[in-house]
Design a protein. Structure first.
Length: 319
């Protein structure tokens, strides 16, 4: 197992909801400098085109930051023309623009020294019954992924699924549906970004989802955060669902998965850089907690399937 920590550069910038701005705007240069100072950081994830520029205007700035890039995050949701969807927009020109964004980001990813782009189709899906043609939406989604995947086989496309927001029902809401999409493309360079918080808010067990994605050789990327299962609050890992977070880390080790962890942790109160520093330390301590309990002991718990005995040992290990 070889896992590295990446900073999602958006978590260090402006953060607001409908009612309040919690964090101010910060330039890409400032966010890169801040990232470099956070202990335990191994790389960053910039956003195309918002951070990088439509034609890669900021590539040199990112390269000069001397921080490896885990993946390029492709934003196909924020601009006005994506109001009715990106991959699934009824307007063919918008669907083609979506694929062009992915292809351009794939080329830029290579310039930045990474072999992966991540995309979260948050604007694709529906809000109400009789709002969209579900058959056409799925067809367009697969066609778009195929078009991008065929662009170059040395760059992986990792689909980040989420059950809702900004659509009430997103076209890739869970691990199984997203894996189906990957398989239907027929391309091996299409896989899944599993966000622990998205899995939890969608009613999944993140460890089970991770194991499923790994079994299909489609688990490309993992994001850690937490929430109360009602909304994607992007809180510190383990701050709400401690045991599910611990089990997910256990499966990462059990399956000997290697790759990048990134962290969708947004801070309302306090310094975002400090929150990421705390996040990395939390993850380190959770791994140490697994060592304290013992991988063999955790495996025995799953084999005996006796929760009373298991939680007796788990709670005891906390003392």
């Amino acid at each position: 197992m070889n896992v590295k920590n990446s900073v999602l550069l958006g978590t260090l910038g402006r953060y607001s909801d409908r009612f309040h701005e919690f964090q101010p705007f910060k330039s890409l240069e400032d966010r890169l400098k801040t990232s470099a100072k956070i202990p335990r950081v191994h790389g960053v994830e910039p956003v195309y085109p918002q951070d990088i520029g439509h034609s890669g205007e900021q590539v040199e700035l990112i390269q000069n930051a001397d921080l490896p890039v885990s993946a390029v995050n492709v934003n196909v949701k924020g601009e006005a023309e994506f109001k009715y969807g990106s991959f699934t927009n009824p307007d063919q020109a918008v669907r083609e623009k979506t694929v062009t964004y992915l292809k351009t980001a794939m080329d830029i990813a290579v310039d930045l020294g990474t072999n992966m782009v991540s995309v979260c189709p948050l604007i694709d899906g529906f809000d109400h019954a009789f709002q969209v043609d579900h058959s056409k939406q799925w067809q367009w989604f697969i066609e778009g992924l195929k078009g991008a995947a065929a662009h170059r086989d040395d760059v992986r496309i990792s689909i980040e699924y989420k059950p809702f927001e900004s659509r009430n029902h997103i076209i890739a809401p869970n691990m199984s549906t997203t894996l189906l999409a990957c398989e239907q493309t027929g391309f091996k360079n299409v896989g899944v970004t599993m966000d622990v918080g998205h899995a939890i808010s969608g009613g999944e067990n993140p460890a089970a989802a991770l194991a499923l994605g790994h079994s299909m050789n489609r688990l490309f990327y993992v994001h850690f955060n937490d929430n109360d299962r009602r909304w994607d609050w992007d809180t510190l890992p383990g701050s709400v669902n401690l045991w599910e977070t611990l089990e997910t880390l256990y499966y990462v080790r059990k399956l000997n998965w290697s790759g990048w962890f990134a962290y969708d942790v947004f801070t309302r109160h306090g310094d975002p850089a400090e929150a990421l520093d705390a996040t990395f330390e939390i993850m380190e301590n959770l791994n140490a907690f697994i060592d304290k309990i013992g991988m063999d002991t955790l495996q025995e718990m799953t084999e005996t399937q006796q929760p009373a005995a298991a939680y007796r040992e788990l709670i005891k290990a906390m003392l």
